[in-house]
Design a protein around this ligand. Structure first.
Ligand SMILES: Cc1cc2nc3c(=O)[nH]c(=O)nc-3n(C[C@H](O)[C@H](O)[C@H](O)COP(=O)(O)O)c2cc1C
Length: 325
């Protein structure tokens, strides 16, 4: 007797997956993804219509964002009590095939519950003294084949590079116009939309600022190096820089972030400087990184809460069946 084929998900279950995906972090909160369910398969589709020509000309951060959404999607499938496996066809970011019933692990539950609490914390930390075992758990959460999560040494070099990035980005008018278009005034749990809420941004220097704007202070290199040393910094690196590497980096970044959230930590991501010409090569050579840097993650314990960013309606994630991309 052959076992029955795995059942497709119900509409309610698809709603749960949609909400988990929707809460993933994304570049400028563009939410550049859609979900396309087909029986027991779900395509995570990269929205190529979402373009950030100045910040993300080659769509690297868009793929990282899809990777982060993939982590949330897989966690939601597992918490629904189903096994799944992931493939990476060329025409979509990923295809998740839903398998047979399988109880979720305690770790899956912990990370799934962190999805709704995770948010970008562009604030100074109360303190960054994170116990070694917690730090190790956060780092390990991102380590997968081809992805390396490392705490950078030579913070004085990193401070110099971030100071340079601040000056370039502050003065780049085209860049700043695009960033202003993606800065919004909606925030709070009920807020609907995309873009980064003004309330979630900061008037401080990097690394707290997260996004350099026209009025972001240029830090003194020595002061910045000491601030970096007081935080916990991780760089997510990949062996290569292919489409698959970028999706894997985004997936790893979200696992790191959710693990930190589950342990009462808060954090924020920096990719903005990594888009400056030659910046990633200098990071590799000056910090001795083990691969291509894709994102910097800073984390610590919070002094103040941070506001949630809005999200597009979950229904918009599910386009008509014949629409892709
Ligand atoms: C690939 C990627 C790149 C990002 N780059 C930055 C960045 O350079 N600076 C920053 O402050 N936030 C950055 N973010 C965070 C997003 O702005 C944030 O996830 C989004 O606004 C949604 O807000 P939330 O994280 O609070 O849910 C990035 C997120 C992703 C996934």
């Amino acid at each position: 007797m052959t076992a029955a084929a795995p059942a497709a998900l119900t509409t309610d279950q698809l709603g749960i997956l949609g909400r988990a995906v929707s809460r993933a972090p994304s570049v400028h909160n563009t939410q550049p993804w859609r979900l396309q369910p087909r029986g027991t398969e779900i395509d995570l589709v990269e929205r190529l219509d979402v373009e950030l020509r100045r910040h993300d000309p080659d769509g690297r951060d868009r793929l990282l964002s899809c990777g982060a959404a993939l982590t949330n999607l897989v966690l939601a499938v597992r918490v629904l009590g189903r096994d799944c496996h992931v493939e990476y066809p060329d025409d979509v970011a990923a295809t998740v095939t839903i398998g047979r019933p399988r109880p979720a692990s305690a770790q899956d539950f912990a990370l799934y519950h962190a999805i709704a609490r995770r948010r970008s914390h562009r604030r100074a930390f109360f303190h960054g003294r994170v116990p070694a075992a917690v730090r190790t758990a956060v780092v390990t959460a991102g380590e997968t084949a081809g992805v390396h999560v490392v705490a950078p040494a030579h913070l004085e070099k990193l401070a110099e590079l971030l100071g340079f990035a601040t000056r370039v980005l502050r003065d780049d008018r085209g860049y700043q116009r695009e960033l202003a278009r993606w800065t919004t005034h909606t925030h709070g749990w009920a807020a609907i939309g995309d873009g980064v809420p003004e309330a979630a941004l900061s008037t401080e220097a990097l690394p707290v600022a997260g996004l350099v704007r026209t009025d972001t202070p240029v830090p003194d290199d020595v002061v910045l190096a000491s601030r970096l040393a007081a935080e916990n910094l991780l760089v997510v690196c990949t062996d290569g820089d292919t489409r698959a590497d970028r999706i894997a980096a985004g997936a790893a970044l979200e696992r790191v972030w959710l693990t930190a959230t589950a342990k009462a930590l808060v954090g924020s991501v920096l990719t903005q400087p990594l888009h400056l010409t030659g910046f990633r090569a200098r990071l590799v050579s000056e910090l001795g990184l083990p691969g291509v840097p894709q994102a910097i993650f800073r984390f610590g314990y919070p002094a103040v809460p941070s506001a949630p960013a809005p999200r597009l309606p979950v229904g918009e994630l599910f386009p008509p069946a014949d629409r892709r991309g």
